[in-house]
Design a protein around this ligand. Structure first.
Ligand code: ADP
Ligand code: ZN
Length: 601
């Protein structure tokens, strides 16, 4: 058996295992079952890929998405590993060829979709093979509770009965108790060792901004922080996806739309382009993302509020899988909360489920309105204790709270005066003394609270309303025209028995550059080399017909620029350069690096 570390060094070109990887690899290589809970980007794939290379026979990898399989296989083949995938898109003669290789024992990993694994024909085929292990990726698909439920996954328990001797490893980034219990139950993993990793993503920088002109704010964010980088922008509706993608394109950003309303072919094309090309911004609904393995996504932007912390974590986690600094940027407003509540309350779900969803929405709002460390907040939601991270927006620019008791009293009494029957917009108009048609129609310009809030502008009042909703002092009644309703706790505030401290309205400029704080600043010479390497990588990727990151990751390029090796021995010390890559690209790289050195010298 080849040892794990030398495979890691030679094939994958990484110096050491990350977190629990080493332990997991040993356990599975020795024939143990495992359940691996690791955040997105944690490095789950190596946990089964390396044991697959260590153990005799072929590893069967179950994965729910064709695009995901194809990319993993392309990356493996590029590293010199004998891997293949079988799916509905595989041409017949190619499938025969793959089957032959598997029988002959010359294949190390075979990726299949669950529905194929369940066919009698495939089971017949599998029973002729020498199998090293079964890996079940995205294992949360077994659970009704999860967001990606796949009924076929629930039948994969048959593997335990048919192949009791073969180790099974299930992997997921969804860690909640219920999903975990479902995985163990359906996949019959009662004997498996559970490896639970921390869900912290230290290279991810969280930033939350208040919405006033989302598209413009987004454009500024991309231009200031991540020009020319790959990113994902999540929107709540298809229409918004279309609008936003168009707007970004009009402003010179290479953006593509993705949502379930596009034809299958269009979605495939856009997804390919996003994976292949550098610097594409994908504007999408949540339909996009599961299994997107692109390691160099530099930012995930939400221009509408996600519906739960779980969704937020999962989606934002698609940034920075390569371990380099990346940003999660969230832009939200009170209307988002209202819209999401409407979707939940008007939905088809059972009452109990609605309550669960509403609870999650509240937790999400609390995250947005938090005045303390974002990371600490999100990890606490997943049951993990941590210290303030020091580089999210709140850590870098701690919001100073102010005594807002008088302002809050004005707002609450205004809501009371309009009999808790009007929306935030109307209440704020009254506070600001705007005698518009609606205000006049209801005679609200005659109220004692008319115009008592002129010392703040509309943005400040909106922020105050949101913070009070987040603290449950106020409630938005969706069924009655989104009117603001007072809760019982308001009484002590109105009576002056309790003070309320709030955050001032965040200033976009002040919270800018959270990610930039850790951005790699290149000298001019480095910038030139970096661009030359990127151009060269693009060319190699086109020649080999693979995505750019399958040739080299950004991290490798960065290491090349920083170390600037000019000899073969120097190259071998670069991050991510395995034997095969050295053999394939070493010469050409040295030529490029030496030419750059000569130019600079
Ligand atoms: P996950 O499936 O957990 O989201 P991946 O397996 O796709 O994560 O790994 C994320 C990225 O981290 C990939 O680019 C992978 O090559 C890289 N990676 C994994 N393990 C290591 C390691 N030990 N050292 C350096 N990079 C690693
Ligand atoms: Zn922080």
């Amino acid at each position: 058996m080849q040892d794990a570390l030398s495979l890691l060094n030679n094939i994958f070109g990484y110096p050491e295992f990350r977190g629990q990887q080493g332990e997991i690899v040993d356990h599975v290589a020795q024939g143990g079952h495992a359940l691996v809970l690791m955040p997105t980007g944690g490095g789950k794939s190596l946990c089964f890929q390396i044991p697959a290379l260590m153990r005799p026979g072929v590893a069967i990898v179950v994965s729910p998405l064709i695009a995901l399989m194809q990319d993993q296989v392309a990356t493996l083949v590029e590293q010199g590993v004998a891997a293949a995938c079988l799916n509905s898109a595989t041409p017949l003669d190619e499938a025969r060829d793959i089957a032959r290789q598997a029988r002959a024992g010359s294949l190390d990993l075979l990726y299949v979709a669950p529905e194929r694994l369940l066919t009698p024909r495939f089971q017949e085929f599998v029973s002729q093979l020498n199998i090293s292990l079964f890996a079940i990726d995205e294992a949360h698909c077994v659970s009704h509770w999860g967001h990606d439920f796949r009924p076929e996954y629930q039948q994969l328990g048959f593997l335990a009965e048919r192949f009791p001797q073969v180790p099974r490893i299930a992997l997921t980034a969804t860690a909640d108790e219920q999903t975990r219990a479902d995985i163990i139950d359906y996949l019959k993993l009662q004997d498996a060792r559970v490896f639970l990793s921390s869900f912290d993503r230290p290279n991810l920088f969280y930033q939350v901004v208040e919405k006033h002109n989302a598209k413009k704010q987004l454009l500024d964010f991309i231009r200031n922080e991540y020009p020319g980088s790959a990113g994902i922008v999540y929107c709540l509706s298809r229409k918004r996806v279309e609008d936003t993608a168009q707007w970004l394109c009009d402003n010179g950003i290479h953006a593509l739309p993705y949502h379930a309303g596009l034809s299958h072919q269009q979605r495939e094309t856009n997804q390919r382009e996003f994976l292949r090309d550098e610097g594409v911004v994908m504007v999408a609904t949540v339909a996009f993302g599961m299994g997107i393995d692109k390691p160099d996504v530099r930012f995930v932007a939400h221009i509408d509020m996600p519906k739960s912390p779980e969704n937020f974590y999962q989606e934002s986690g698609r940034a920075g899988r390569d371990g380099l600094p990346a940003a999660s940027w969230l832009c939200y407003g009170l209307n988002d909360v209202v819209q999401l509540r409407q979707m939940i309350e008007g939905g088809e779900m059972a009452e109990l489920q609605k309550q669960v969803e509403l609870g999650k929405l509240e937790a999400m709002l609390a995250f947005c309105e938090a005045a303390s460390c974002r990371r600490q907040h999100i990890l606490a939601h997943f049951g993990e204790q941590s210290r303030p991270c020091g580089h999210c927006d709140n850590c870098l620019h701690p919001p100073i709270t102010f005594d807002a008791t008088v302002a809050v009293q004005k707002l609450l009494s205004c809501i009371y005066r309009v009999e808790q029957r009007f929306s935030a917009g109307h209440v704020i108009d009254v506070l600001l003394g705007r005698a518009n048609q609606s205000v006049g129609h209801y005679g609200h310009d005659k109220l004692s609270t008319f115009g008592i809030g002129r010392d703040y502008n509309q943005r400040v009042w909106r922020s105050i309303v949101r913070q009070l909703v987040a603290r449950k002092l106020l409630h938005v009644d969706i069924a009655r025209g989104q009117s603001l309703v007072l809760s019982d706790e308001c009484r002590s505030v109105l009576k002056g028995q309790e003070k309320v401290y709030l955050r001032p309205v965040a200033d976009d400029k002040a919270s800018r550059s959270t990610a930039g704080a850790d951005r790699w600043l290149r000298t001019e010479r480095e910038e030139r080399l970096w661009q030359a390497l990127r151009g060269w990588r693009r060319q190699m990727a086109d020649e080999h017909n693979v995505p750019a990151y399958a040739v080299f990751s950004d991290r490798t390029l960065r290491d090349l620029v920083e170390k600037h090796p000019t000899s073969r021995a120097g190259l071998a010390k670069v991050y991510g350069l395995g034997e095969l890559k050295l053999a394939r690209y070493g010469e050409a790289l040295l030529e490029l690096l030496n030419a750059a050195a000569a130019e600079a010298g």
